[in-house]
Design a protein around this ligand. Structure first.
Ligand SMILES: *Cc1c(COP(=O)(O)O)cnc(C)c1O
Length: 439
């Protein structure tokens, strides 16, 4: 115990944690071990990881197949410059992804995280036009509530996420479309969709030749609270954009690798994007790695006899071989019949779970939704404690051994795929009792 508090003291002295108001945040929990769906703190207390450790973990913590792949790769080649050099893990990973991605997405650009995957996508889209003598195409469209990361380009297209207030004056100009967020039993969805599409049509009429592209999180907006839209809406939106030759950029940093029930969210849509951003689940949650996958025609617009048309972008750890080895092992696991069965079972259990809660504590929750392995609902504060019960819920859940991290008023469950259905049911039962006891 004494040693533990010494560690935490040093943490507080030295470390600046992400997305944390350090003045009043509770002390961080010192985690010493992860195994399957559980994290264990220094006292041995277990926490069910219901947020996949910030949406990165797919197959559970300490997954031996991935750990061994990283170890074996580290003994062979841990890192090499990726300009002028290449390596088998990168090539094998792109081959494996190429077997499942649409043929039109054929060129793979590596970076380290979701934000950089988005920066690369934005730079590719803009320079695609610039290289072809259309530098006036500099406007990017994005959705209200979109979150695309914390670097400046990503913040610009995510300006309405609510996370970037201090930086508004630094962000480049974008146009924001309303996002027709919907839930079970939503009767206003068609109306919201029409309004969004109308706004897009007006914008296209006025400014189509000044628009570089539109970036979006397909099916589910993650950080703004697991806000869902209907596939049919995205089909219509994409058809409109394509008719005007506007590039479509999918940010599947969160939705990729099975979260929405299919390996990628675009599989549930009629059209394919021109650029696809992947990260988070790419390595199964083991190492930071990202990909920006572009169509052949985008790639070809960067070819020329001098460097001036090339994509002048790269990171020190581009295509780190350890990350690639982890990603290959994780993708193998994801495609195994066992994981595919887990995905299907989890989707059914999540849908049933939120419906059960809706019936059990209608006074406490509303706007329930589930898409594949993701479930979410809005928490209604009891009149007795108008705006604090959710913060308490988070702490009480941790006490009970459940790692839940509400986004605003939204509670969501986004667990690793290997969670047992019994464990998941225990969470829903706990939430029902908790909500019920609040009155
Ligand atoms: C998390 C996230 C990002 C940013 O990824 P980082 O690895 O945190 O930089 C970008 N887009 C979406 C949709 C995300 O959920």
């Amino acid at each position: 115990m004494k040693q533990l508090s010494a560690f935490l003291e040093q943490d507080q002295r030295l470390i600046w944690h992400p997305f944390t108001q350090e003045k009043n945040a509770p002390l961080p929990i010192l985690i010493e071990k992860g195994s399957e769906v559980h994290l264990y703190d220094a006292d041995g207390k277990a926490y069910l990881d219901l947020i996949s450790s910030w949406w990165v973990n797919l197959h559970g913590h300490g997954c031996p197949a991935i750990a061994e792949a990283i170890y074996a790769q580290a003994l062979e080649l841990e890192q090499v410059i990726f300009a002028g050099f290449t390596h088998k893990p990168a090539i094998t990973l792109c081959q494996a992804l190429g077997a499942i991605l649409p043929a039109s997405l054929s060129k793979y650009f590596f970076s380290d995280n979701g934000s950089t995957a988005v920066e690369v996508a934005l730079k590719m889209a803009y320079q695609f036009w610039w290289n072809q003598g259309e530098p006036q195409r500099r406007l990017f469209l994005s959705f209200e509530g979109a979150y695309h990361g914390d670097t400046f380009g990503a913040m610009s297209v995510g300006r309405t996420s609510g996370f970037h207030a201090a930086f508004q004056d630094f962000l480049f100009e974008t146009a924001t479309l309303p996002f027709p967020a919907t839930w079970e039993g939503d009767e206003t969805v068609a109306q919201k969709e029409e309004a969004a599409l109308e706004q897009l049509e007006t914008l296209l009429k006025k400014q189509a030749t000044h628009i570089a592209g539109m970036i979006l999180e397909p099916l589910v907006q993650g950080a703004s609270g697991m806000r869902c839209c209907r596939p049919s809406f995205l089909n219509r939106l994409m058809a409109l954009l394509k008719a005007h030759g506007i590039l479509i950029l999918f940010d599947e940093v969160m939705t990729g690798f099975g979260r929405t029930g299919t390996t990628f969210a675009y599989e549930q849509l009629e059209h394919v994007p021109d650029i696809l951003c992947l990260s988070k689940g790419l390595t199964g949650g083991f190492l930071p790695l990202a990909l920006t996958v572009a169509s052949q025609s985008i790639y070809e617009a960067f070819l020329g006899d001098t460097f001036s048309k090339a994509l002048a972008h790269g990171h020190s750890y581009t295509a780190n071989p350890l990350g690639c080895a982890a990603a290959i092992a994780s993708l193998n696991l994801l495609q195994s019949p066992q994981t595919q069965q887990q995905l299907a079972d989890l989707a059914v259990a999540q849908r049933k779970g939120v419906q059960y809660l809706q019936e059990a504590i209608p006074e406490r929750i509303h706007r329930v939704r589930s898409v594949g392995t993701i479930a979410a609902f809005e928490w209604r504060e009891p009149l007795s404690s108008p705006n604090s019960s959710l913060q308490r819920l988070k702490q009480d859940a941790l006490e009970a051994g459940f790692l839940i991290r509400p986004l605003g008023q939204i509670v969501y469950l986004l667990p690793p795929y290997c969670i047992s259905l019994e464990a998941l049911e225990s969470v829903y039962r706990w939430l029902a009792h908790y909500g019920h006891d609040l009155g």
